[in-house]
Design a protein around this ligand. Structure first.
Ligand code: ATP
Length: 234
């Protein structure tokens, strides 16, 4: 579903020189998996996802998404990929249902999808309420709903548990597992080891812009727990 090889990205430092955010990073995400992308703050997760989605230009490396080169062939997979890599901008005075309806119209998606995605993310009851009354967890689920409108095969979520309370984290976890059960492949980034352990089938661990471990969650995180690769987790 996703293949990344030798990805490099440097950011210019204000005082001169370049900060290597990605230093030859590799990742493989197989179909049907919930794949965790685990690494401490600043390790390069967001940069990787932004590069993959053509939101930032990589300096070097090969990226494929659903078998197409990224970013050059991204237009060919639009609609098959849902992504939340930055907080979506919603109109706070709109109801969740009206917001999704607007996005459906803009995306050429039938309005019947609105009720389907509201149900998928557990917001059918609250769909009539205005967004500014939603908890952060509900806003996150509304964001996932918006990413699901086109019924994507692949969903990319950058730190979806960030800032959520334990109930919100549990709801997000259940939502991701439910989507996986429906056949959606999910790539989910996090700096929280426990989250990845609970939710994912496989994992790639990034540290300082490089892959340090990858594979099935059980094997990889057992190695990790043995202390070979220390990253900050919370
Ligand atoms: P976080 O969980 O904190 O978002 P991350 O693993 O997603 O961390 P990135 O956001 O990709 O990491 O950042 C990787 C490194 O690149 C960090 O050192 C960060 O400060 C730096 N960086 C990211 N974006 C920029 C930018 N636009 N300009 C300069 N440096 C940047």
């Amino acid at each position: 579903m996703i293949e990344i090889a030798g990805l490099r990205k440097g950011y210019r430092r204000l005082r001169g020189g370049t900060h290597r955010a990605l230093d030859g990073f590799d990742m493989l995400v197989e179909p049907g998996q919930v794949h965790g992308f685990l690494g401490p703050n600043g390790s390069g997760k967001t940069t990787t996802l932004r590069a993959l989605l053509g939101l930032v230009r990589a300096d070097a490396g090969e990226m494929r998404i659903l078998g197409h080169s990224s970013p050059s062939a991204l237009p060919q997979v639009i609609g098959r990929v849902g992504a939340i890599v930055e907080s979506p901008q919603f109109f706070g005075n709109f109801s969740g249902r009206r917001m999704l309806s607007l996005l459906a119209t803009a995306g050429g998606v039938p309005q019947t999808r609105v009720e389907e995605v509201l149900a998928q993310v557990g917001l059918r009851e609250r769909g009539k309420d205005i967004i500014k009354t939603y908890s952060l967890g509900m806003k996150q689920r509304l964001a996932v709903a918006s990413a699901l409108l086109k019924a994507p095969e692949l969903l990319i979520l950058d730190e979806p548990a960030n800032g959520l309370d334990p109930a919100g984290i549990r709801e997000m976890r259940e939502l991701v597992r439910a989507l996986a059960a429906q056949g959606v492949t999910v790539l989910i980034s996090s700096h929280i080891l426990g989250e990845i352990q609970l939710i994912c089938d496989s994992v790639t661990i990034i540290s300082r812009g490089r892959r340090v471990l990858a594979g099935p969650v059980s094997g990889v995180l057992d190695d990790f727990d043995r202390g070979d690769f220390r990253i900050r987790v919370s």
